[in-house]
Ligand binder design. Sequence first.
Ligand code: ADP
Ligand code: MG
Ligand code: MG
Length: 252
Amino acid sequence: MLKIENLHVSVAGKEILKGLSLELQPGQVHAVMGPNGAGKSTLGNVLAGREGYEVTAGTVTFEGGDLLALEPEERAATGVFLAFQYPVEIPGVNNTYFLRTALNAQRKARGEAELDSMQFLKLVRDKLAVLHLKDELLHRGVNEGFSGGEKKRNEIFQLALLEPKLAILDETDSGLDIDALKAVADGVNALRSQNRAFLVITHYQRLLDYIKPDVVHVLADGRIVETGGPELALELEAHGYAWVKDRIAPES
Ligand code: ADP
Ligand code: MG
Ligand code: MG
């Protein structure tokens, strides 16, 4: 589904990703872990097509096509979702309206008919049920006064509505409270399916107590330096990232 080969990315003239390769199949959940500044968010941002990231070498293939050739909206339409894409507060803009606009923009880009309010409300009810969520966040302004956990729930709800094939979640390095962490994990677990893959980017092992990844990658100094099963996350937890740094080949 996703194949990243020898990806080199610079930000503001500085090389951040230095030959990153990673392959992911439909239905899988991959975790990318790594120390602060390793380039984890850079990876998520470059896959989503955010501005300011210069790809200097390498390829990213998504379902056989060149992902890097697509505009961000086209990437979304083709089924790539970077969670926490819209973490901003938009006071006064009703969240339901916002979500429907986002969904219809995606449907339009895919050549699908837009949903009217009745159809959208039915879809909302279905997705709320799948995620065991209440509708209280829908009647407020977008992220307006949301707690960390509420923001995450809203983002997961957005993910459920947009039904991406590949969902990339960047947990950032600012510690999420346990409430927010569980919201993310419950959402990922509820939305796991044979046709959908997740790339879960996290600094912390504790998220993986709730989401059991199929594959764990360690990103350090702009490259994947280790790939393994869930036990790799536990090893990292036990030994810390210094253990990984010690294992990076000197020629790198
Ligand atoms: P991580 O998410 O693993 O903590 P990032 O991808 O955020 O790492 O950052 C990797 C490196 O790139 C860091 O050294 C960071 O300072 C640098 N970096 C990221 N974004 C920018 C930017 N917009 N301008 C300059 N440097 C950046
Ligand atoms: Mg960081
Ligand atoms: Mg980060």
